[in-house]
Design a protein around this ligand. Sequence first.
Ligand code: ATP
Ligand code: MG
Length: 300
Amino acid sequence: MEVLCNGLNVVDLLAAVPQNIPYGGKTACEKIIVQGGAPAGNAACGISALGHEIHFLGYLGDNTLSQIGKTELERHGVRTDKMIHRTDAQPAIAIVQVDGEGERTVLYSVTGYYPLSPSDVVEQDIIDTRLVIVDGYDTEVNTHLLRLAKKHNKISVLDMESAPIEVMKEMVALATYPILPLSGAQTLSEQRDIEDCALAIDKMTNGTVVITDGINGSVAVVNGQLIRQAAYKVDVVDTTGCGDAFHAAFTSAILQGMSVAEAMNYGSFFAAQVATVFGGRTKFPTREFMESNLAQLTNI
Ligand SMILES: Nc1ncnc2c1ncn2[C@@H]1O[C@H](COP(=O)(O)OP(=O)(O)OP(=O)(O)O)[C@@H](O)[C@H]1O
Ligand SMILES: [Mg+2]
């Protein structure tokens, strides 16, 4: 096994919402689509699209949402055969409204979603894998997975969006590559500026801290030095899943043996392509696409 992924599993209903919709009325939308979503699920799909064998963990039940969640992972080649059957379990569900500027408004429900329990984790799976990628939502089991990854000297990638501060601290300390959006980094570090956040969080972990800030790019700390990566300019349709796409390609680049600076560039280019289509999991660049465009992958 190459990669093991665990975290929140969500089915998204994405709607391109016209301006000034009448409250209580009916409005035709150009696009309404159903697809799998959430940081871990999207990252798993992106990693698979880049040619890596990846297993997604978690529960699946006997219901429509579970069927959609499973199909949506498998559509991108993610392996679901390690997912555990639990009759009443289902993915969370979100209604994502995207306006003409690409701005998102999200309604979600986690009723019926159960995070995997640490007792469900098979330690041998971590021993057999090269890299573990988790989000900061299913915190008990994901902290356990990060501990096991550390114990067995495996690479771990953490998408730490938000969690109680003590949990964030523990997970960031455990991960090889803790990656945070700026908002999460500000909460954790009590700093405002992205570079101050990065330097403060660097002191909390032996891992390599990466902070992303949407269109403003990303920053990492390697050997105490700041590395900056700009975002690629593209015609943005929908930024849903950009962060997840960045994590996917960053992870792939690390597996391919690239440096942190190269991995940030790779992640940034991949995420920008995802912003040009509606939906965070609609279409991913392939490894071939990335390689044939490597010429323009210079640190900018
Ligand atoms: N509008 C954009 N244009 C080009 N690249 C973008 C854009 N938005 C994000 N990116 C790229 O994706 C990376 C991650 O984005 P961001 O910081 O928004 O992640 P996030 O907050 O985790 O997003 P998500 O909502 O997907 O979880 C950025 O560092 C940048 O490289
Ligand atoms: Mg994110």
